[in-house]
Design a protein around this ligand. Sequence first.
Ligand code: SAM
Length: 302
Amino acid sequence: MSQPTTDSEAIKAAVQAHYGARIQSGSSCCGSGGSSCCGGEPTELTLYGAEALALLPTDVVTTSYGCGNSLALAALQPGESVLDLGSGGGLEVLLAARQVGPSGYVYGLDMTDAMLEVARRNAEKTGASNVAFLKGDIESIPLPDQSIDVIISNCVINLAPDKGQVLQDAFRVLKPGGRFAVSDIVFDGDLHELPVSEDELRGALSWAACFAGALTMANYHQLLEAAGFEQIGLEVTRRYTLGELRAEGSELLNGLPAEAAQALEGRVTSCAISARRPAYEQGVQQACAARLFYIDYIDTSQ
Ligand SMILES: C[S@@+](CC[C@H](N)C(=O)[O-])C[C@H]1O[C@@H](n2cnc3c(N)ncnc32)[C@H](O)[C@@H]1O
């Protein structure tokens, strides 16, 4: 059984090579082969609905590698500024751009040149003028502090070696009160209950297919909280069967004892993850609480 790769630069290079090759070969998760995308299978149509996609050219719609619909969670409003972490071919950026309208703005951030090229071409095809695609690492977002209303992301954070750093940087760029609305692959339950070690389990899964690097629900919650987020929610939107996990490429489940593979059934999920940066920072909250206490005290002591 192989051990999971822990070298973060090697992971990023492998992810970049994988998604660069996918977009250059013209295959989306839902295209032929169906191997090694984020969870595979769900089509753009089932994720976003015919109405939302009707206004986009077909070749734009099919450059999708997601495992959920972060836009449904985001409930974007006209005028909002949005950042898509790991924007891929740009589908969610372009859908978001329509929702926020001309007074809003949407950034897509991705580290893979071939993805950025396709995303920029897709933006041109749709005539979107309120979008920009930036090259960079989601662990170090190239945007100023408190500049974004909503962060969206679809099946990307699991691919980052340092997820705590991603969530801290997401918090940094959000405005106070800003929303985090993400779809991601997440393990449901405690991995220590499985009949193999966590290292063996992760070593048998594919990183690029979004499984080997996935957090547990409890870890995700902890890291969001540690970054400063509140109103945290994780909701399972899909559970992968063993057959679906196996369909995701030859390295997946490679060498895992049958009993351990069986125990994975239903534990690998797509989740809708929501959180919010507090509208007031802690110091301000404390000052407000102290002032209310003082007013109350004056009132009752007279
Ligand atoms: C599974 S695809 C999802 C793309 C897109 N969100 C979608 O739904 O189609 C993952 C994307 O995240 C990008 N990515 C992965 N890790 C990244 C990182 N650390 N920084 C920036 N982009 C990253 C990849 O280049 C790829 O385009």
